[in-house]
Design a protein around this ligand. Structure first.
Ligand code: FAD
Length: 159
């Protein structure tokens, strides 16, 4: 199996799109990520997966905290910016949740403290204990499927 085949297969799993944020030495850093899931209800834990090349890695190790902003479908441009797909310096203003920077107007914001870290292959999993969350629920979430951004056509339950 080659890398392309693996990526293609994993891309069949539709996800939301998040911006992970943290603050180290007074500087806010953001990174687009879709490797995110909830891990435990009691205690409330989530996990993110950060690549070994990402500058986010050392920043989270330093701050020991991160926030996850689940993007709304009108925030595709922010996803592209924080994935380095738009190569421009832009001024982004952030909200705060439990002291951590979060994306303004995001669908859902979650702030976490790192309680564990696992290096697995070329990624590091950061287990985060949820310290606060906020739902705006103003529009549908942005989706990512087969390597492309998309949106929900209708929020109807499949029978
Ligand atoms: P950089 O490449 O240094 O920064 C990313 C961009 O964010 C730069 O353009 C920078 O200018 C901008 N930026 C950062 N902070 C600010 C700020 N405060 N104000 C304004 N702009 C700022 N990678 C993973 O490791 N895990 C994943 O789960 C993952 N999922 C992805 C899902 C999608 C849909 C996409 C498109 C990409 C995903 N990536 C993931 C890839 C990842 O987003 C990129 O590799 C990213 O460039 C790595 O970020 P970095 O920390 O190295 O930061």
């Amino acid at each position: 199996m080659d890398d392309r085949q693996f990526r293609f297969a994993m891309g069949q799993f539709a996800t939301g799109v998040n911006v992970i944020t943290t603050e180290a030495d007074g500087n806010i850093h953001g990174m687009t990520a879709n490797a995110f899931m909830s891990v435990s209800l009691n205690p409330k834990l989530v996990v993110i997966s950060v690549g070994e090349q990402a500058s986010m890695l050392e920043k989270i190790r330093k701050s020991k905290k991160y926030a996850v902003s689940i993007l709304s479908q009108d925030q595709k441009e922010l996803s592209m910016l924080f994935a380095g797909q738009i190569k421009e310096d832009r001024d982004v203003s952030f909200d705060r949740l439990a002291g951590l920077p979060v994306i303004e107007g995001a669908h859902t914001q979650v702030s976490c403290e790192v309680v564990n870290e696992h290096v697995e292959g070329d990624h590091t999993l950061f287990i985060g204990k949820v310290i606060d969350l906020k739902l705006q629920d103003c529009s549908d979430p942005l989706l990512f499927y087969k390597g492309q951004y998309c949106c929900m056509k209708a929020s109807e339950e499949v029978m």
